[in-house]
Design a protein around this ligand. Structure first.
Ligand code: ARG
Length: 471
C-alpha cells in the first residue's frame, strides 16, 4: 500500500496523535541540529538493516534494491549539502527515513521494519565513536612523536626537576618531555580499551525487547564491522556507560594537555624564561604592544574544565535512569561531540606549539646548576662511604643552611667539611648531578637513552593498535 508522504510538520510517529506536535515540543526535543553529523553512520546502519531485512526474507530483493538506491541518493544529497531538511525532521534518523520514503515510495516505508530509533541511534553513535576516537588516539600518538623528536634534539640539555614547584634535582629535558609522553601513552591505551566495549552492535534490539520478525543481530553486526552484537536487548538500548567511559578517556587527555599547558605558561614567563614560543603559536595583546602570550597553553588548560563538565554533566544525566531507553539519552551526543572536537583541536595546537618552541637551554641549565640542587648527591656520596643516610641528610642540610645564610658557596663549605672534602665538592660543579641519575627510569643520560628506546617501541605499538581501528 502506498503510504502518502507526510507533509512537513508532521512527525513520523503521528498516527496515534490527532493533533500536534507543537512548535515548542519540536524546538525542545529535536536533536537534528546536533545529530546531523551522524548522517553517514545512519545511512550505513540503514544499509545493514535493509540487507538484514532482505536476508531474512522480510522484504524482497527488489524492495531492498530500491531502498539501497534511495539511501545512496540521500548520501549523495547529504555529501553535496543539497539535502533539504523538513520541519517534521526531529533528528537525523527521521530525516533520512522521510527522504528515503519520498524517493523509494512504498519500499521506503519498509525501511524501519523491526527497528527503533533506540537501537538505530545507539548504533550510529557507536559507529561514530569507533572512527572518531581512533582519530583522536592517532593525534595523541602524533603528539608523542613530537615529544620524541624534541627529546632527541635536546640531547644533554638539562633543567631543574621540580616537586612542589620547588627546584629538586636536575633532570634531562628529554626525561621531562618523555614523562608527558608516557602519560599520553596511557591515554591512548585507555581509548583503545574503551573501544573494545564500544565495538558492540546494538542493532536488532528494537525499541527494547527484540522483534517478532526473524531478524539476525549477528548478520547486521557483521555487515557493520562490529566485533560483536549485544547480548541483552534492554542493555543494548538502555546503557551509555561506553559514552561515559569515552568522555572520561577524553577528559584525561584534556587534563594531561592542560598540565603541559600550565608548564608552558610557566616556562614562557619572563620569570622562568625556559622557552620561547614560535610566532605562529603565540598571540599578541590588543593593547600592550610588547606582549607575546601563550594562549594555546592557556586554552589547553581552560578547555579541560569544559571537558570535565561534559563528563560530569553526562554522568548526572545517566544517574537514576530506569531501564531501558529514556529520552534523556539523547543528551549523550553534545558532550561527546564537543569533547572529541575540543580535544582534537587542542592536540593539534599543543603539538604545533611544542614542535616549534625554542628552548632557552642556558636559562634552564643555569637554574639547574644552583649548588643546592646537588645536596642529595652529597648525602648519597656519604652513604656510599658508610654514613647512615639520616646522618648524611642532616650533615648536608646543615651545610645548605649555612650556605643559604651567606657563609659561603656550598662548594667551599663542602670542601672545608671533614667528612666531605674536595672529592665531594666536585659533585656541586655544574652539570654533574644530572649525570649521576643512573638508575633504570632515572633522569640521567644513560637511563634516558634506554627509556627512549622503550618509549619508541611503545609508541610504535600504540600506532599499530590504533591503525587496526581505522579500517
Ligand atoms: N534522537 C533520539 C536520540 O538521540 C532518537 C531516539 C528517539 N526515540 C524515542 N523513542 N523517542 O536518542
Amino acid at each position: 500500500m502506498n503510504e502518502p508522504v507526510k507533509p512537513a510538520g508532521k512527525a513520523l510517529w503521528h498516527g496515534r496523535f490527532a493533533g500536534g506536535p507543537s512548535d515548542e515540543l519540536m524546538a525542545f526535543t529535536e536533536s537534528l541540529s546536533f545529530d546531523q553529523k551522524l548522517w553517514a553512520d545512519d545511512i550505513a546502519g540503514s544499509l545493514a538493516h535493509v540487507a538484514g531485512l532482505a536476508h531474512a526474507g522480510i522484504i524482497s530483493d527488489l524492495e531492498r534494491d530500491l531502498i539501497v538506491e534511495a539511501l545512496h541518493d540521500v548520501a549523495g544529497e547529504m555529501a553535496a549539502g543539497t539535502f533539504v531538511f523538513g520541519a517534521g525532521d526531529e533528528d537525523i534518523h527521521t530525516a533520512v527515513e522521510r527522504r528515503v520514503t519520498e524517493i523509494a515510495g512504498p519500499a521506503g516505508a519498509k525501511l524501519h521494519t523491526g527497528r527503533s530509533r533506540n537501537d538505530q541511534s545507539a548504533t550510529d553513535v557507536r559507529r561514530w565513536m569507533k572512527r572518531e576516537l581512533a582519530v583522536v588516539a592517532g593525534r595523541i600518538v602524533d603528539l608523542q612523536e613530537v615529544l620524541i623528536a624534541r627529546a632527541e634534539q635536546a640531547e644533554g640539555v638539562y633543567l631543574p626537576g621540580y616537586t612542589h614547584l620547588q627546584r629538586a634535582q636536575p633532570v634531562l629535558l628529554a626525561h621531562h618531555l618523555l614523562a608527558h609522553g608516557w602519560a599520553l601513552g596511557r591515554d591512548v591505551a585507555r581509548i583503545l580499551d574503551a573501544l573494545v566495549r564500544i565495538d558492540v552492535s546494538p542493532l536488532g534490539a528494537g525499541a527494547l525487547a527484540g522483534s517478532s520478525l526473524p531478524l539476525d543481530p549477528d548478520f547486521v553486526a557483521t555487515e557493520l564491522a562490529f566485533a560483536a552484537r549485544f547480548e541483552n536487548s534492554m542493555d543494548a538500548v538502555g546503557s551509555r556507560d561506553h559514552v561515559a567511559e569515552a568522555l572520561f578517556a577524553l577528559t584525561m587527555v584534556a587534563i594531561n594537555l592542560s598540565r603541559i599547558g600550565e608548564e608552558f605558561v610557566l616556562w614562557t614567563s619572563e620569570e622562568f624564561g625556559f622557552a620561547t614560543l614560535d610566532d605562529g603559536y603565540a598571540t599578541g595583546s590588543s593593547m600592550l604592544p610588547q606582549k607575546k602570550n601563550p594562549d594555546i597553553a592557556e586554552l589547553a588548560r581552560g578547555k579541560a574544565g569544559r571537558a570535565i563538565g561534559n563528563l560530569t554533566g553526562f554522568l548526572a544525566t545517566m544517574k537514576g535512569l530506569p531501564l531501558s531507553y529514556n529520552r534523556d539519552y539523547q543528551e549523550d551526543k553534545e558532550p561527546l561531540f564537543d569533547a572529541v572536537e575540543q580535544v582534537t583541536l587542542a592536540l593539534g595546537a599543543v603539538s604545533g606549539m611544542i614542535a616549534t618552541a625554542k628552548w632557552n637551554t642556558e636559562r634552564m641549565q643555569q637554574a639547574a646548576d644552583a649548588e643546592v640542587n646537588s645536596a642529595t648527591d652529597l648525602a648519597e656520596w656519604l652513604v656510599q662511604r658508610g654514613t647512615p643516610f639520616r646522618d648524611a641528610h642532616s650533615l648536608v642540610g646543615k651545610l645548605v643552611r649555612r650556605h643559604v645564610a651567606g657563609e659561603g658557596s656550598l662548594r667551599s663549605l663542602v670542601e672545608a667539611e671533614a667528612a666531605l672534602g674536595p672529592d665531594a665538592a666536585a659533585l656541586v660543579a655544574p652539570g654533574v648531578a644530572v649525570q649521576r641519575r643512573t638508575t633504570p627510569g632515572g633522569a640521567g643520560p644513560a637511563a634516558v637513552a634506554t627509556q627512549m628506546l622503550r618509549f619508541k617501541n611503545k609508541v610504535h605499538e600504540l600506532r599499530e593498535a590504533v591503525a587496526a581501528y581505522v579500517r
